[in-house]
Each structure stands twice: as structure tokens, then as C-alpha cells.
Design a protein around this ligand. Structure first.
Ligand code: ACM
Ligand code: ZN
Length: 489
């Protein structure tokens, strides 16, 4: 029987419940206080048909999802069985970057629909970056008239197309995506990345940078020195206005405020930033970043939201623990470890192996499946228990089209889904591979062609050529070197 994620307990009872092929079996559902854990459920299939009991509505939904997978295995009958199931992590996420490469509403829905089948429950939607701002914001209209237009693109082809690339989502379109996700018990977590990765914002409103100089949205990947000025009160005014409008679109519990790769070169010499540092009695620009996170997290808290930020945002060590969750992608500095080891919440999105935009030669299917998010070097047992979930991001500067997006994410997202639901205690790679073969066929019906089996775990020679192929663009190579060096520190 092919299931993904594998249920925690599955006992076959012998015999089959039969119903007419092409019809649905009788299903009775019930919410029961006997099941204590959120999202947990049990399924009993016997001569009376299918019974699903759950702790809550979400549990009923996950029971029905498992039933849906069972029905993909059988025609006109289901084996008598007992299943008990509950998730390891309450945060089971995938991230799509629609800033570098813009994906249509229908394409996003296809990815969501496929991810939902494997019990993901958080869709982190990366909507602002150097290469484009993608949300209609009424109070700052230039964010889309200017900020959503990158003057040209390369997308890893090795040549710049010299053609403007201009896309954004209307509020109505985003609400449609939110509703589509809600029907699948998926919360959409929007990201407004601040104060770095804001070239598109600064192209729209150059007065918000430290220098005030005019720039364009970027046309390549990278880390850029122009970031929002941390000492200008207009910066917070803009951030709050954008957040307020985004919160009207995205009703979920979490809001992601980025915070990654924000070089402090400008803040170190900007009069406004330096004055703010003195006024607040802070030590340096890193602490100013921490202060900004606290201000924005407090604004979000007043709106009933929890804040997520990438781990560089807590580097200064002065971020209020209350209300902030760290998205752990690369950093293993003392500050990040202290954060986790003091029991503060962490979502593990480790660059290796969870970054789904990197080739299978670097992040093989097996390495994703076996990766243990509770075993990060330097994490204590309290740190490990602070891991509230995992997430696999897909960044898209080198993803040219939807077909490539599908191949990069699937089947690796099945491996992520399995760990997200089951943790690492009962890994069985041989069984998982069989499930993957089965579901890659199913995914075609979902409009997604997964990577072919020969790519999943390519041999050393293939690994080398695939990785070299990926690094043909030297910018990426330097960028990755820089990332890896940072990780060693
Ligand atoms: C990141 O990859 N810059 C979070
Ligand atoms: Zn400044």
C-alpha cells in the first residue's frame, strides 16, 4: 500500500469492504474528545464502511486525505484496517518565491493542491525581494507600478533578455489563493522581506534608503547593500502601511518579515541610522536591526499575529523572544543557537538539504528524506525540542518555468512532508522510494511532472556535472561560496 506520509499506526484486519467501482464508499465522521492531539485522527474500515474520528476539523480533513490516498491504491474495495495518526510538527511548510520568477494564480494553485495531498499546512509566500514587489498596495502604489518591474532577466540562461518583466498579484487574486489554501487547511504566510532584499521597494521610494539615490529592481540574484534606512521614521510608516494592507488579505496567524542578508554598510555610515542608534542607546547597526524587528513584531502582535524572521534578524541578540519564531536556513552563529537553546521557537529550513532550488546532485532525495531537523550542530536537547516545524523553500532566479519548478520540488517535497508529519524515528527509505514512484504518477494528474527517477540520487560523476551545470553562472557560484563560508563560522 502506497501512502505518503506514512500513517503512525496501520493495522490490516483481513478482508475487504466492497463498494461499486467508480463510486465513493460510505464514510462516517465524528469529532471526539478521546483524541487529544490537534490534527490527529483514526480510521476504521470494517464491514460497515469507513469511520473517521478526529480531535478536530483538521483531523477529519487529514483522515479524509489518507482515505483519498487509500482510494488511489484500490478500486471498488478497501482493506479492513485501523489507522491512528498524528503529526510530529504543527508547522509543515513549503515556500515559493514569486519575486524572482512570477507564477500565475493557476500555477500557485497547482503547487498548493499537490502539497496539500501530502499534508503540508503552511504555504510561505515570498512576495517581496530585490527583483520585484508582487502585492498590490493601495497606500504605496509605486510598489507595483515601479517595484514589480525588473528591467530584464537572465534566469540562468547565460544571456540577458533586455525585456522588462512586470507582474504582481491583485488583492483579489491573493484572496483567491488564500481561500484555495484555506479549503485545504493550509495557512498562507506572506513574506514582506525587510530591511534587506528591498531594491524593488527602494526603486519605488528611493527616499527610504540611507542615500536616497535612485536604483532599479535587480536583474540578477545577490545580496545588495542598499537596504531600508533604519533611522528614518518614514521606513516604519511604510512597513506598517504595507503590513496592514497585507493582513487584510492574509488572515492567518503568522506573518514573515524576512530579515535575511541585510548588510549594514549603509547603516554604519548613515547619519539617520547612527542618530537612531544613539537615541535608543544601542551598540551598533546589528542592534538597530534587532530593534526594528521588535517594533514590527509588536505591531503585528497588536494585530493578533505571530512574527517569523530569518535567523540573521536575531543576530544582535536583542530581539524580544515573545511573539517571534526564527526561520533557520543557514546561520549557526551563537545568537541563533542561543535562540533555539533557550527554548524559543524555530522552523528548520536548512539550506542543505531543504533548499529545493538547488540540484538533486547537491540535495539528493535520500539526503532530504534522512535529514534530521532536530540534530543541528550545537543545538541542545532543549534546542531540538524548540523545533516547531520544517519548511522547504524554492527560490526562483534560476527556475525558468513552471515545469522546472515542479521537477525541483517533487519528489523532494514528499521527503519533507514525511519528516514534517512523522519526524525521524521510523524512517524506511526503501519503502519511501516505492511510495515516491507511485505518487510521481499521481502527480501527473495534478499537472506536475516530478523529476525522473534517475535524477533523484545521481552518482558522483553525475553529481559533479549537474552541480557544475548549475553553477555555470559564476554569480551563483560566488554567492553559494559566500553562503557556505558563513555557515562555517
Ligand atoms: C535566504 O535564503 N536568503 C533566506
Ligand atoms: Zn540610514
Amino acid at each position: 500500500m502506497y501512502l505518503c506520509p506514512e500513517p503512525k499506526t496501520l493495522e490490516l484486519k483481513g478482508g475487504y469492504y466492497r463498494f461499486e467501482a467508480g463510486t465513493q464508499p460510505a464514510v462516517k465522521t465524528k469529532i471526539t474528545p478521546l483524541l487529544a492531539q490537534k490534527e490527529s485522527y483514526r480510521i476504521i474500515i470494517d464491514e460497515n464502511g469507513v469511520g473517521i474520528e478526529a480531535a478536530d476539523e483538521a483531523g477529519i480533513y487529514y483522515g479524509k486525505l489518507t482515505l483519498k490516498q487509500l482510494l488511489m491504491n484500490y478500486r471498488g474495495c478497501l482493506p479492513y484496517l485501523y489507522i491512528y495518526d498524528e503529526p510530529e510538527y504543527y508547522y509543515r511548510g513549503f515556500m515559493i518565491d514569486s519575486c524572482r520568477h512570477f507564477f500565475t494564480v493557476d500555477e500557485i494553485k497547482k503547487m498548493v493542491n499537490a502539497a496539500a495531498l501530502f499534508k503540508f499546512n503552511k504555504f510561505h509566500f515570498h512576495l517581496s525581494d530585490d527583483q520585484g514587489f508582487r502585492v498590490e498596495i493601495d497606500s504605496y502604489p509605486k510598489l507595483t507600478t515601479i517595484g514589480s518591474v525588473r528591467p530584464s532577466s537572465d534566469f540562468g540562461r547565460g544571456e540577458n533578455d533586455k525585456t522588462p518583466y512586470a507582474f504582481y498579484y491583485t488583492k483579489q487574486e491573493l484572496k483567491e489563493i488564500v481561500e484555495y489554501c484555506r479549503e485545504r487547511y493550509i495557512e498562507v504566510i506572506p513574506e514582506f522581506d525587510i530591511p534587506g532584499h528591498t531594491s524593488a521597494v527602494l526603486a519605488s521610494y528611493p527616499e527610504l534608503s540611507c542615500t536616497g539615490e535612485s536604483i532599479e529592481p535587480k536583474t540578477t540574484a545577490g545580496v545588495f547593500t542598499d537596504i531600508l534606512c533604519g533611522g528614518n521614521p518614514e521606513t516604519l510608516k511604510m512597513i506598517y502601511a504595507v503590513i496592514d494592507e497585507m493582513c487584510e488579505i492574509f488572515p492567518g496567524k503568522y506573518f514573515h518579515i524576512g530579515g535575511d542578508e541585510a548588510p549594514k554598510n549603509r547603516w554604519n555610515v548613515c547619519t539617520k541610522c547612527q542618530n537612531k542608534i544613539k537615541e535608543l542607546g544601542l551598540k551598533n547597526a546589528e542592534e538597530l536591526h534587532g530593534w526594528l524587528v521588535n517594533e514590527v513584531a509588536f505591531h503585528l502582535k497588536k494585530k493578533g499575529k505571530k512574527t517569523i524572521c530569518w535567523n540573521e534578524a536575531v543576530r544582535a541578540g536583542n530581539v524580544d523572544h515573545d511573539n517571534v519564531t526564527v526561520a533557520w536556513w543557514l546561520d549557526s552563529t551563537k545568537a541563533s543557537l542561543d535562540w533555539a537553546n533557550s527554548g524559543n521557537p524555530v522552523i528548520v529550513e536548512s539550506f542543505t538539504p531543504y533548499y529545493a532550488d538547488y540540484p538533486y546532485g547537491m540535495h539528493s532525495l535520500k539526503s532530504v528524506y534522512l535529514y534530521n531537523p532536530r540534530k543541528i550542530k550545537g543545538m541542545t536537547s532543549l534546542g531540538a525540542s524548540s523545533v516547531v516545524g520544517i519548511e522547504s523553500p524554492v527560490w526562483t532566479e534560476y527556475i525558468r518555468d513552471f515545469a522546472t519548478l515542479g521537477k525541483m520540488c517533487f519528489p523532494r517535497w514528499l521527503a519533507v512532508a514525511d519528516t514534517a508529519w512523522n519526524g525521524n524515528d521510523n524512517k524506511n527509505y526503501a519503502k519511501f522510494l516505492k511510495d515516491v514512484v507511485f505518487f510521481c504518477e499521481i502527480l501527473r494528474e495534478y499537472g506536475i511532472t516530478a523529476a525522473s527517477e534517475k535524477e533523484w540520487n545521481i552518482l558522483p560523476h553525475g553529481k559533479l556535472s549537474q552541480t557544475v551545470g548549475f553553477f555555470r553562472n559564476s554569480l551563483t557560484k560566488d554567492f553559494v561560496k559566500q553562503l557556505l563560508k558563513k555557515d562555517e563560522k
